[in-house]
Write a protein that binds this ligand. Sequence first.
Ligand code: GDP
Length: 481
Amino acid sequence: GRDYSNVTATNDSNDSGRLLGGLLATGFDEASCLSRYQSPLYRKPSPYKPSPYLLSKLRSYETLHKRCGPGTEPYKKALTQLDQEHIDNNGECKYVVWVSFSGLGNRILSLASVFLYALLTDRVLLVDRGKDMEDLFCEPFPDISWLLPLDFPLTSQFDGLNQDSPRCYGHMLKNQVVGNDKTLSHLYLHLVHDYGDHDKMFFCQGDQTFIGKVPWLVVKTDNYFVPSLWLIPGFDEELEKLFPQKETVFHHLGRYLFHPTNQIWGLVARYYEAYLSNADEKIGIQVRVFDVGAGPFQHVMDQISSCTRKEKLLPDVDTVIERSRRVTTPKKRKAVLVTSLNSGYSENLKSMYWEYPTLTGEIIGVHQPSQEGYQQTEKKMHNGKALAEMYLLSMTDSLVTSAWSTFGYVAQGLGGLKPWILYKPENRTAPDPACGRAMSMEPCFHAPPFYDCKAKTGVDTAIDTQTEEQLGVQEKRFRLF
Ligand code: GDP
């Protein structure tokens, strides 16, 4: 096995691996965030290299963040703009505030989307810490925090922000109170899955020109809206330069932004060492059941077996004990990492591989780190475990995920894995086929705008199959219809 204990002492020749091909900035205090440097040791090197253009964009973002971030003079000056309805002259720096909202998987995806928007529009990203953002993630930018200061004047309004808020862009459009003569000091962008046609105008180029002048944007979203950014003229060329491989957006931005804190990294590293590191092959199975009721459900169990056998991810067992053959070739060890709120699915698999030998002679170990029972988004350690499990799933060789789950998207994106998706069961029956291979590792945009900005009518933006395939919106087909 590898020695993971002394990674901080590795010499500079290995820096490109340690710094993820230049993705990560230098100059951090390594001990304060071990995952930043240790996680590459737990994964195969990514075959996807960040473009030099992305690297230079990130370095200039870091400079911008340092110049304009919390506590700086430009930040203090920009804050004074918030006292005014309209601003008289442009300040030096503009901001986009991400409001903490929804489950952890949704938050990770939406934060990556808002960061990309910040990159594209030269804004500084500030993160509302909500209940636990600070405990879960290390600071991603050198020197100056990405956390929104606690005394930010609008924070007390965050919870109440919705489609009908007076400063909600969609609401203002609807009520025709958006004038072109004066620049507002701040706007609220409602990009939550329940958003309306006027909110969706955010994805139109003309509206971006207006929004672009506003120094403070506050965004609430639970979506991975990156695919729609590609469809905005004015952003598309820049995106192509940043990401010549379209399906790598979350892969790179996720690895750049999301480093678990030392406490969470401990959960990841200890579990990996104890249960996964000695296996010849690691299979991740993420089971997320959206049905009501306690579970475990037989149809989900059937679906997992059917998918993993048909796709040759896990071997069949020999149920005729007397005839079971003795395989003399060296035995391959497979570790199966199951994540689920319910313990039933992994217990079932585990008993099966204990009670019967496999036809291939492979040895199958089944492990599930936590079984939390139900979603408890407000609880700190609950989300810490969820983050650790997403990370562990991303370290497997093959991944099976559940349709519609952002928890799985985070794992596949960080890992650079193209998962097998367990289709969503209908009427408590296992679908046939049980699963299908995703077209890319890129997360899916669950609530894309059905709006054609030029024609000013509703249209399915995912119908263009070329774009669809490249963007990873394709999964929507299976899932929305
Ligand atoms: P999604 O609802 O599947 O898209 O994923 P989210 O992460 O946004 O929200 C689900 C939340 O439920 C997670 O953040 C966890 O708090 C919890 N959860 C769901 N599945 C699991 C699991 O397998 N393990 C753990 N620890 N928590 C889970």
